[in-house]
Ligand binder design. Structure first.
Ligand code: ADP
Length: 495
């Protein structure tokens, strides 16, 4: 019987594929890393063909590990790293350049030129002009690959985020499509009309002929090619990774929020069917179900969350593993005034400042590695609180925060987060919230799950942490450390 969902989770450093049953149990998993290219400092690229090949291997591995008949896969779902940009030849299917990854800062100068048009960009796209988003990356490819702009204008090139690249290659229909949650990260897409915006396309310099069709997030995107992956099944849901986690955490009603603590930190709050705009936060399409209005979300994007711990391990070498950080942080009863602003690549939400740099304040002769570790863990919680403060000022009333991601293994960090926010923090039992989110959407479309309510009833948490300690003084300390970091950046730019 066709009872399984194959979920493709194409991430920044690895490809994964998971076979789920209809109650969200992982039946088989395939995961492989692929190569990161750093042609210049702050430039990051991926090879789209390597991503495709690695992804196909993972799909086969997941099915083999599941020990199921591939014919029993009812449907496929795709979730992906967002904003990463691919341009390929419509005829040959070959990329004209490597994928420019979301982290890549090469388009910062162009994004800065758009700062004067921040209000226009925000009002249409819900974003702020930043190198992070796809539009300027497409422009860069067209301006820097010989002949690319002329070919694009002649309708010979396609642009897509990674979802589009995978859909194009995996479907026998060779569909050139995307959906709202990914399109809303391009800075070319009007989130109110749910169409690409002519004014932004001209301003950024992207010909409309290159663009994918925007389908509902739970559309039928085409059928997988049997000769490639070993089975033919319809792709019935596609979502950007953070929106997939929001769905997987069953934040289906207005005001519900989740935070994923991985390399970066992403707090998304469901804001219902009305797209509200604010300066520090992004407004993004959460999903659009067929025949329904889009659901929107506020998003706070923190560039360095778990990455601060990686830096303590790989950059400073003061810890051996991330696991030891919990005991180290608990080994001191307070931060003793030491704060770390982990602006190692500037700061994202709610500040959007690419000049500010990492700053440590409050060191004394008695400071040791425990202080660095504790300050790094606390910084995740403070940054999320800064974002939530903005959300609260914009009408989001948070009753609890659902959390997932690698750093949520750390109970110290979660307790600290609950204390700073003043609301309970609930860690999902489903450790694959992202892959399961999009799989559940596809399963609902396929009829394996009867309703969103049935899906929401499956949600459980394995840890619920209530606030126990008043952290107002600590939070004030963080805010003055932030001021210090900004003052330093300001002074630097004047010199
Ligand atoms: P991503 O999907 O972004 O690669 P993951 O969800 O796999 O991230 O989480 C990995 C991140 O979590 C790393 O940055 C790592 O430093 C952090 N991390 C993992 N375990 C812990 C821990 N016990 N305490 C704090 N941070 C941790």
């Amino acid at each position: 019987m066709k009872q399984y969902i194959l979920s493709i989770d194409q991430g920044t450093t690895s490809c994964r594929a998971i076979v789920f049953d209809k109650v969200g149990k992982t039946v088989g998993l395939g995961q492989k890393e692929f190569k990161q290219y750093f042609p210049k400092p702050s430039w990051v690229e991926h090879d789209p063909e390597e991503i495709l090949k690695t992804q196909i291997e993972c799909i086969k591995l997941a099915v083999a590990n599941a020990k199921i008949d591939a014919e029993d896969i009812a449907c496929v779902a795709i979730t992906n790293q967002r904003e990463t940009t691919v341009v390929w030849d419509r005829e040959t299917g070959k990329p004209v350049y490597n994928a420019i990854v979301w982290q890549c800062r090469r388009t910062q100068a162009f994004a800065d030129q758009l700062r004067d048009e921040t209000d226009l960009v925000r009002s249409k796209t819900g974003l702020v002009p930043d190198a992070y988003f796809s539009g300027p990356k497409v422009r860069w490819i067209l301006d820097n690959v010989e002949g690319a702009r002329a070919r694009a204008e002649a309708g010979k090139l396609c642009f897509g985020t990674i979802d589009s690249w995978l859909i194009w290659n995996l479907t026998k229909e060779a569909t050139h499509a995307t959906e709202g949650s990914n399109a809303s990260r391009t800075m070319l897409f009007n989130i109110h009309t749910m169409e690409f915006d002519q004014e932004l396309l001209s301003r950024i310099g992207v010909p409309a002929s290159m663009l994918p069709k925007v389908l509902p997030s739970n559309a039928n995107f085409g059928h997988t090619k049997k000769e490639l992956v070993g089975f033919e099944a319809p792709i019935l849901a596609v979502l950007g990774d953070q929106q997939a986690a929001l769905f997987g955490q069953c934040c289906l009603e207005e005001g519900m929020a989740k935070c994923t603590y991985g390399t970066g930190g992403f707090l998304l709050a469901n804001m219902g069917e009305k797209a509200k705009l604010t300066s520090g936060l992004l407004t993004t399409v959460a999903w659009q179900l067929e025949g329904k209005k889009p659901t929107y979300a506020f998003e706070g994007a923190i560039f360095v969350a778990g990455a601060a711990i990686q830096w303590l391990r790989d950059g400073l070498g003061i810890i051996e593993s991330s696991e030891e950080t919990e005991n180290l942080a608990n080994s001191i009863s307070s931060n003793e005034g030491v704060y770390f602003v982990p602006a190692l690549v500037g700061l994202g939400s709610p500040w959007w400042n690419s000049d500010v740099r990492g700053t440590i304040v409050g060191l004394t002769r008695g400071s040791g590695r425990a202080h660095f570790v504790r300050a790094a863990l606390e910084s995740m919680a403070y940054q999320i609180s800064d974002v939530l403060e903005d959300m609260r000022n914009n009408g989001i009333v948070l009753r609890e925060l659902r959390v997932d991601g690698g750093a949520t293994k750390n109970a110290f960090m979660l307790q600290f987060q609950a204390d700073v926010l003043g609301v309970p923090v609930l860690r999902a039992s489903q450790s694959e919230a992202t892959a399961w989110g999009v799989a559940a959407m596809a399963a609902t479309r396929a009829g394996l799950i009867k309703s969103e309510k049935e899906m929401a009833d499956l949600w459980q948490c394995d840890l619920k942490i209530f606030p126990t300690t008043d952290r107002k003084d600590d939070y004030r300390g963080w805010q003055s450390a932030l001021k210090g970091a900004f003052a330093h950046a300001e002074a630097g730019s004047k010199n």
